[in-house]
Design a protein around this ligand. Sequence first.
Ligand code: ADP
Length: 379
Amino acid sequence: MDQPVPAARLSDDEAHLRSILATVPDAMVVIDEAGHILSFSAAAETLFGYAEADVVGENVSMLMPSPDRERHDGYIHNYCKTGERRIIGIGRVTTARHRDGNTFPIELSVGEAWIGDKRIFTGFIHDITHRQQTELRLQDLQSELAHVGRISEMTSLASSLAHELNQPLTAIANYCESGRDLLAGDPDQEAIETAREALDEASREALRAGQIVMRLRDFMSHGESDRRVESLSRLVTEANALALVGSREHGIEVQIQLDHEADQVFVDRIQVQQVLTNLIRNAIDAMIDSQVRSLNIRTAAGPDDLVTVCVEDTGSGISESVAPQLFQPFVTSKLTGMGIGLSICRTIVESHGGRIWFEPRPGGGTIFYFTLPLVGETQ
Ligand code: ADP
């Protein structure tokens, strides 16, 4: 931590700081220990749509969407009390709020310095909308490639499955037919005995076919997965920043309410973020033509050591024609949709031991829910 500097150097330091603020290409915001804005660089004025005079003296939380908006005072207080660094010197990807209420993804690095005996925090804010757009396109490409890969894998799997199942199924048909012929008319004791043996064989073959299907299911459910203990709040915040890329012009109001008591989950981070970004992007797509465009993401502890994540939108709602098969692959109502997002979401959630479902939102729109098992105290 930097040491306090003598008061004589104060005005020099302040002048130096001012010159940095005028020229620094990234948006830079300086705040005091109470979270009040002390200065606001020229680039920050452009990024957030406020003039420096509008914001100096205000709480920096005005530049953040919920839940950081309500919690930021607590974050600073906690740091000043415990010295525990959550962001200072670490940096992270998060979401910022423009004067017009729209939110956008940023990379935030926070430093700490002393001027005289006053502690200040400097935040460098880099708008990553464009970078994330590129990443998102790459991600789309990757998932399309994976999709193609999956289809060819499935095709070869399906043909070997057809081949393997063909044998027991043909045998079953043959045994049943000869059983039927043996029992036709007035069968003698020997014919009845042989028919019984044929039926025994048929049922053995049916069990064999069942085992082949079981082996296949085992094979499908042991996909590669890299699970660790993760903070669900962090996954939600990051996925939200990623999913909101490119939606700034749609003016979507986002609210996030996280249950910090139900936070630790044992999951594959990338897969769960894929579920979240897919649900959020579907919600955004559904709200494009709505009057009210409000996205609400919540986490809450549920029964049975599960945490429930809800993604609620005020969009078009799910049309009756797609609702019954919504989680089936290739069901889409979009011109450019592939209709595999929700089926992948279901596979991911279920392979983590959770469940995914949706309900219409009272007043219009949809609420998607999914559950994940919480990490217990003993794990
Ligand atoms: P895609 O987005 O490629 O169509 P998905 O499997 O993610 O594939 O979604 C399938 C369909 O489910 C969408 O085309 C849309 O009709 C419907 N849908 C999904 N989420 C929502 C939502 N939040 N509101 C309204 N419809 C939705």
